[in-house]
Design a protein around this ligand. Sequence first.
Ligand SMILES: [Zn+2]
Length: 289
Amino acid sequence: MNDLPDRRLLFVHAHPDDETINNGATMAKYAAEGALVTLVTCTLGEEGEVIPPGLAHLAADRDDALGPHRIGELSSAMDELGVTDHRFLGGPGRYRDSGMMGTPQNDVPGCFWQADLDEAAGHLADVVMEVRPQVLVTYDGNGGYGHPDHIQAHRVAMRGAQLADRRGHRIERIYEICYPRSVVQAGFDRLAAAGRDFPFEGVASVDDVPGVVADEFVTVAVDGAAYADAKTAAMRAHASQIAVDGPFFALSNDLGQPFFAVEYYRQVAGAPPAADGAGRAGDLFGSRA
Ligand SMILES: [Zn+2]
């Protein structure tokens, strides 16, 4: 394809909502700047816990209709972020949500945790060959917090990059999603200082946030402040999974967490990053933006 935009990024995520929580501002920013932002989501998130009582019947242990519902939520979220290229790995419903680690859902045939790695990575490599991204973003090797689908998404992303390399497209930079510990702590301090009642049951802590790392491991900080509203709107679109209250939000554990409009990345492969004075770049493509 000769008509691709100059800058192209690929985000690989486990469930609908992960992309918005972790990279929503980044995706909106690059899309607004004319870059091609491609999202590959590996499952429909069928096993997610449902927050609004009115949607509780969709849950896997009731109607088991959450997957199709979350396709719609993801589509609305992508509209809010201005992202037009979003796909499901191997097509919608090809891989089922594997549930939390240690649950019987991990063993269900057809779940993502049971997927053949090279087959799944082959689907991703097809996407890579089509959109030829310079940048790949996914989770760390523990999937940020040990969820089997997040771990598998990391494996598929790394293996997919390898397979695409063999087919003739080398991704220039690969990043893991991360959160610098000092930033997360400051976020929770803000939450504590807000001193008002939240609709959440309690407050999370730094250790509840997936992918927290020591500050010095962070390679890139993407300032998405101009896209904070778009990220918030996209989070609201994932209404079955996320409760938003001002600059804070909660997942199905109903513990309040701070919202971040600056998003952080740790480069794990590719060309050396361009660092600013603080040793961190502002751009995933390696320019000193
Ligand atoms: Zn997830």
